[in-house]
Structures are given as C-alpha cells and as structure tokens.
Design a protein around this ligand. Structure first.
Ligand code: FE2
Ligand code: FE2
Length: 329
C-alpha cells in the first residue's frame, strides 16, 4: 500500500470527523477531532462544571435555616446533586486531555467563567423555591439538547444530570406553591423571590443571537442544537403557565400570548446587566470566588489524605487489575 502523506492523512481524519458529525454519531475521546472543537468543548464543559459547584453557594447559604427537617433534607440532597454534576462534568472535561486541578485554578484566577445567575444573592427561604423552579428550570431547557451533543462523554453525563434537574425543579415549585398558598406574608415572600429571579433566569440563555459570536460554529459541530433566543423562548413558554398554577405573577407587563406566532412575547431584556455581571461586576462575583478559593484551601488536607491513601493502596489495585488482564489475554 502506498504510504499516506501526513497532510493527506489529516484530511482523511477531518473528513471522517465531519462524516460522524453529519450522521449524528458521537465523537469519542479516542477519535481524531479538530483542535477548535476540543478547545470549545473544554471551555464549555469547564464553564458548566464550574457553574454546578459555584451554584451550590446560594442554596448552601440556607441549609442551616430551612424551615423544617424535611425541607432541610431535600435541599441538602439537591445541593449534593450539584456537587455530583460538577464531578461528572470535570471527568468529561478530563477525557479531552485537561486536568481537573488546572481547570479549578483557572476558575479561581478568573480565567474561566461560570453562569452569571449564581452572582445574585439568596435573600430569603423563598429564594430556594425560585432558584429551583426558575434556575433549575432554565438549566433543564438548556441541557436537554446537550444529551444529543456530538461529544459522547458530555452527552452521556447530561442524561443523568437532566433527570436530577427535574427533581430540583419540582422541589423548587413545591416550596413556592406551599408559600404562595400560605399566609399573606408567605405569599409575598414567594412573589418577591420570583420578582428578583425572573430576569436573571431569562438571561441565563446568554446574549441574543445576533450577539453570540461562537454559536454558529458550535451548531455546525453539533455541540449546540438550538440558538440562545430559541431556548429562551422555550423556557418562557414553559414557565408562564406554571406561574399561573403557582398563583404568582412574573415581573414583565409585556408578557402576553402572541396568537400569530403561538408563543409568549416579552418585554425588553436589560443586556447591560448581563454584560456587567459577566465582566465581574454582578452583586456577588467577588464573594463567590473568595468563598470557593477558601473552601478549596481548607479542603487541601482531604486531597492530600486521598492521594496518600491511593499511593499506599494503588500498587495493590494495579497488581490485581494487571493479573486479571493477563488472565483475560
Ligand atoms: Fe446541576
Ligand atoms: Fe440543579
């Protein structure tokens, strides 16, 4: 067989990658992929993982002040789920050849982002309801299409994450429903939390389509399936009828059913607020990172102990698996 020139070989690999994406097949870690595809995925998965663990803070803030043991147990399970989501996602990112410690360093140094929503403060118990209902609700709309992402490990991680997000949304809805149908003061608490979390949740889908420079390439690669504005519309269409069931209003007087387009029309979004938040000027940006860095430093002894344990028992584990491999061979 004639030897393949390196350039020709590269072209063949690229053609194979394009074919897999066009056929809606999954790209796996062993497969060749363009450098831009790898970098885009690392950036997106890392940002997603960071959002999961930073997102533990606004709710972690209320764990010790939950109004009953049952609410506390539910919220604790939810916050633990978010830590688990972070773990799946850091592991998915590691299949692309980066190290988790390196990604955490970048988060701590402000070189990688997390979702702007977690820079808003959680001021009361009703915020636990609004976060679960709206923020986890928006996350579901965002994440369901990622279960069909062209990169296998990311898509598979998302299947399990989405199942857990459904529970998160239901628990938020349940908190708000209870408050909304309680005393007048409880109803007001629920309404106030929804008033504060609505617009930040609408902004979670990112900038409008005409100001989202990386979207087209991500769509072409099968990483992103729907545009920011399309996902935002889906979220609004899904949420408005739920607000009616809750007996709460959404803080947008222009939110009306658009008969012709069969969707809800909404009022103008304050994009400056989002861009300021992304730049680091949201209400809690500094506080979130400070807390994260402190927790990381204070947890150093746990990582050291885990490494020491692995070093002590790792050889044994290696020897065992080596033996079984020989037997299989
Ligand atoms: Fe999550
Ligand atoms: Fe969640």
């Amino acid at each position: 067989m004639q030897q393949t020139q390196p350039e020709q070989h590269e072209q063949e690999l690229e053609a194979e990658f394009e074919r897999l994406v066009a056929d809606d097949q999954r790209i796996e870690p062993r497969d060749w992929m363009p450098e831009g595809y790898r970098k885009t995925l690392i950036r997106q998965i890392a940002q997603h993982a960071h959002s999961e663990i930073i997102g533990m803070q606004p709710e972690g803030n209320w764990l010790t002040r939950a109004p009953s043991l049952q609410r506390k147990a539910i919220l604790l399970a939810k916050v633990q789920d978010e830590a688990g989501h972070g773990l799946y996602l850091y592991s998915a990112a590691e299949t692309l050849g980066v190290d988790r410690a390196e990604l955490l360093d970048k988060l701590h140094q402000g070189k990688q982002k997390y979702s702007s929503i977690f820079n808003y403060p959680s001021l009361g118990w009703a915020d636990m309801g609004a976060i679960g209902w709206l923020v986890d609700g928006a996350a579901i709309v965002n994440q369901i299409p990622i279960t069909r992402c062209s990169y296998g490990p990311y898509a598979r991680a998302m299947v399990r994450i989405c199942k857990e997000e459904s529970f998160h949304q239901r628990q938020g809805f349940d908190i708000l429903y209870t408050l909304s149908h309680g005393t007048e003061a409880q109803h007001q608490m629920a309404q106030d939390a929804v008033n504060r979390w609505w617009w930040p949740s609408v902004m979670m889908f990112g900038p409008p389509d005409d100001d989202s420079p990386n979207s087209a390439q991500s769509m072409k690669w099968g990483i992103k399936r729907f545009s920011n504005d399309e996902l935002r519309r889906r979220f609004i269409d899904m949420t408005v009828p739920q607000a009616e069931v809750l007996g709460l209003s959404l803080p947008d007087p222009e939110l009306v059913w658009d008969e012709e387009n069969e969707r809800y029309a909404h009022g103008p979004i304050d994009w400056d607020e989002l861009y300021e938040n992304i730049k680091g000027n949201g209400p809690c940006n500094a506080e979130r990172i400070e807390h994260r860095v402190r927790a990381h430093e204070q947890g150093g002894w746990v990582r050291e102990a885990a490494n020491a344990y692995a070093a002590k028992h790792g050889d044994q584990a290696g020897a065992t698996s080596g033996q079984s491999q020989e037997r299989v061979a």
